[in-house]
Design a protein around this ligand. Sequence first.
Ligand SMILES: C[S@@+](CC[C@H](N)C(=O)[O-])C[C@H]1O[C@@H](n2cnc3c(N)ncnc32)[C@H](O)[C@@H]1O
Length: 199
Amino acid sequence: MDPNDIAVRYDQVARWWQSQHQDSPYGIAQLEQAIKFTSKRHSALDLECGSSGRFINILSKHGFQAEGLDISGAMINLAKHLHPEITFYREDICCWIPPKPYSFISAWDSTFHLPLNKQEPVMKKLCDALEPNGVLLFTCGGGHTISEISGAFQGQGFEYSTLGVDAFLEILTKNHCTCRHLEYDQYPENHVYIIAQRT
Ligand SMILES: C[S@@+](CC[C@H](N)C(=O)[O-])C[C@H]1O[C@@H](n2cnc3c(N)ncnc32)[C@H](O)[C@@H]1O
């Protein structure tokens, strides 16, 4: 699915997303675990941050200068309203050029919406945007094969893609990052989170 079509769909659910996720513990233990690997706490980016700012709250609490990025204008406007002090980018991650190195990047349940042919270039972009020893937390579909699936919530249809876990690990290695943790955290759901660190 084209990222602009994804944006239109997330615009429709942005308010619902905020009410559901503003105080949600979903992914927070994994975020806290990833933060433990950091040695420096300069800038942090919550990629495809949505409207709740829940990761941004935790990153700020840990002393990072947190920023958010999302392609949906409605998501970004709601997040800005909650966090007026934070820099938000309304951008498609496929086209965005990181303006600085980051100590930490989170991409929780977000890059799985990318078209298959954008998965590797975006992962490379994220690895390149880390400062030395910088940490990346991201989720992906598990298994060892490329796959695409469709799903729906709140009346909107969405598409998801994965390269398979082995391919993501290879991309990390190729781009000077090493895997620190990999877990099927919702087993038997095919949901994986990976913590990687720039070498
Ligand atoms: C499932 S939501 C997750 C939001 C947030 N990470 C969270 O866990 O609360 C996926 C988000 O990714 C954003 N997104 C999808 N494709 C994107 C792209 N190409 N560039 C930037 N953001 C994108 C959507 O607008 C949406 O806010």
